[in-house]
Design a protein around this ligand. Structure first.
Ligand SMILES: [Zn+2]
Ligand SMILES: [Zn+2]
Length: 335
């Protein structure tokens, strides 16, 4: 009787176990595989007439339940910064605070606090870090400094090195443990000496700030920039990379630069770049003429050099005009 019952039960229990295992497998990504997420085909594009625009100051997009992408409205700031919120089980990380300090114009801290889950009846502690010290990536800091359980990483190089424990800058990698999610911090000077990139092991995304984005890669130090690209490529060799997400979009779908300072980005290029774009960077620097070079998904440019070149041309033109006028006056006098 007992054996009979067992026999009747066995196939069913094996089925249940198999079904459970299958369910678990389908719910969880394979070990080491990044958690999948989605990106919008088009972000808010600002407006031709911002006075008539009713777009919210922040566009909030859930890439997946624990990863949020926020875009500052192009009408609020032509920079249209992208800000990233990564939520772990113990802590959350905010990458950049955008171009606007005013809480009325840009309710960033309020929005972030609403997105933060609670743990032990308190909001999850938040770490605010920056890709680099340029004002459009940290102007929102004052909205966070007075909040409880929020820590803001310093913006000066010494402060950054001390905070993350970099002893051999720009070499070495720092690790941020958010609880079930590790973010690795990679020094990437070149656009700015304080620049950092963040690699998230949960989503496989590299958050690249102004170091790599569909826009003008403004070069402060070309040699350092190229070295940074080589270091990041090397770092990512053994890791899966789903997307490279930067700080701005400054190109259209054809790869042409959108006018500097424009509050309207029709036909905007997609935000996400890929490993190929990163891998092409060192070679792009090798062939760079020092002024301007266009690639499918970014433009290399050295604003200081271009300014100097422009000044030299302006002086040359002025000298030529002066020489011409003098000649004309002499001829008249002779006449
Ligand atoms: Zn910058
Ligand atoms: Zn920027």
């Amino acid at each position: 009787m007992v054996t009979h019952l067992h026999d009747a039960f066995r196939p069913a229990s094996i089925h249940v176990l198999l079904w459970l295992a299958l369910m678990l497998c389908s719910m969880m990504p394979a070990w080491g595989e990044p958690v999948p997420g989605s990106l919008p085909a088009q972000w808010n594009v600002g407006a031709e007439d911002c006075a008539k625009s009713s777009q919210p100051p922040l566009q909030v997009h859930a890439y997946e339940p624990q990863t949020f992408i926020l875009r500052q409205n192009l009408c609020a700031s032509f920079e249209g910064n992208f800000i990233y919120l990564l939520i772990g089980s113990d802590k959350a990380l905010l990458i950049d605070t955008g171009a606007i300090e005013d809480t009325q114009k840009m309710p960033l801290a309020k929005t972030i606090l609403e997105l933060l889950p609670e743990k032990d009846q308190k909001k999850l502690p938040l770490l605010v870090a920056h890709t680099h010290r340029h004002l459009d990536h940290r102007a929102g800091d004052p909205q966070f400094t007075a909040l409880p359980s929020v820590q803001v990483v310093p913006i000066d190089l010494d402060g950054i090195r001390a905070f993350f424990g970099f002893t051999n800058w720009p070499n070495g990698i720092a690790h941020l443990d958010l609880g079930g999610r590790t973010v690795e911090v990679i020094p990437t000077p070149g656009h700015n000496q304080t620049h950092l990139a963040f690699y998230d092991d949960r989503t496989g995304i590299l958050f690249s700030g102004d170091f790599l984005m569909p826009g003008r890669l403004l070069i402060e130090d070309a040699a350092a920039y190229r070295e940074s690209a080589l270091r990041v490529i090397d770092f990512l060799k053994s890791r899966s990379l789903t997307h490279v997400l930067g700080g701005h979009i400054e190109l259209d779908t054809a790869g042409d630069a959108i006018g500097f300072g424009s509050h309207y980005h029709p036909n905007e290029h997609r935000l996400e770049l890929a490993r190929e774009d990163l891998n092409a960077l060192p070679k792009a620097f090798k062939g760079f003429n020092g002024f301007y070079a266009r690639y499918p998904n970014y433009i290399l440019t050295n604003p200081i050099r271009n300014l100097i070149a422009l000044a030299v041309i302006a002086v040359a033109v002025l000298i030529l005009i002066g020489w011409g006028v003098r000649r004309l006056l002499r001829r008249r006098r002779r006449g």
